[in-house]
Design a protein around this ligand. Structure first.
Ligand SMILES: Nc1ncnc2c1ncn2[C@@H]1O[C@H](COP(=O)(O)OP(=O)(O)O)[C@@H](O)[C@H]1O
Ligand SMILES: [Mg+2]
Length: 241
């Protein structure tokens, strides 16, 4: 597979008043076209910071690139983002139809996107408001919104953290279907077992650096880092299909 994005010796920092806080790097990573890559690590490892940087949104959080570079075949608008907390990302006063229409005014495409995430059967779904949907449905709505942007890549940052285990599996299966249509995935998670059910490769992040990257099967069978072994051992197993 050809690299879609090559990250070389990347260093990211946050400005906090007069202080500069290192968050990521130096970090090397390659994201290959069409793959599902899992970015795995404990809270604070720098996963979200890297995701924001790839989306071109780091400056909004007072973060910046202080070293290295990203060589990307994608424009920022070709990357869609699926956030962790669906409720916080949806405007409670905006009906679903209006929300989707603002992203893409083509009713045919909206119907198609809702069908892909299996939200079509919902009664009056376009007239509903976010609070009328369950957490799982809200997350599927945000996935539909991401699809409406016709992305070449999707970055999903802890997209299932607010859902129970069954719904997590359902969302991950949906991601697999979407990836199978040729969309590259960066799946950010602290849950290596869940990522293992979906991702082709896993990149393990610790203290701002990628400490190990390998095909998923290899990571689980023969992790090269003790840290990876600890992550595997400390995560409850998720049954595979
Ligand atoms: N807006 C911010 N300002 C300052 N420091 C931040 C900001 N966001 C995150 N950080 C710090 O950057 C580091 C990486 O955070 P983050 O990327 O959110 O990690 P993860 O997503 O892996 O939990 C942490 O030390 C965190 O405290
Ligand atoms: Mg995070």
């Amino acid at each position: 597979m050809t690299p879609l994005i090559r990250i070389e010796k990347l260093e990211l920092k946050y400005e906090n008043g007069r202080k500069t806080l290192p968050a990521v790097g130096p970090l090397d990573l390659e994201i290959r076209s069409g793959e599902a890559l899992g970015l795995i690590g404990e809270s604070g490892a720098g996963k979200s910071t890297l995701g924001l940087c790839l989306l071109g949104l780091l400056a909004r959080k007072n973060g910046r690139i202080t070293g290295g570079r990203i060589v990307s075949a994608l424009k920022a608008e070709e990357i869609a983002y699926i956030p962790q907390d669906p409720q916080a990302s949806l405007d409670p006063l905006c009906a679903i139809g209006k929300f989707l229409n603002e992203i893409c005014p083509d009713p045919g495409k909206i119907t198609e996107a809702l069908r892909r995430v299996r939200l079509t059967g919902e009664r009056n779904s376009l007239k509903s408001y976010p609070h009328e949907l369950s957490g799982g449905m809200q997350q599927r709505l945000l996935i539909a919104a991401a699809l409406l942007r016709s992305p070449k890549m999707i970055i999903a940052d802890e997209p299932t953290a607010s859902l129970d285990m069954l719904l997590q599996r359902e969302i991950v299966r949906l991601f697999k279907e979407i990836q199978n249509t040729g969309i590259t995935f960066l799946f950010i998670s602290h849950n290596i077992a869940l990522a293992g059910t979906f991702c082709d490769r896993l990149a393990i992040m610790k203290n701002g650096r990628v400490v190990e990257v390998a095909p998923t099967g290899e990571i689980f069978k023969t992790p090269s880092q003790n840290y990876t072994r600890e992550l595997i051992d400390s995560t409850p197993e998720v049954s595979r299909d």
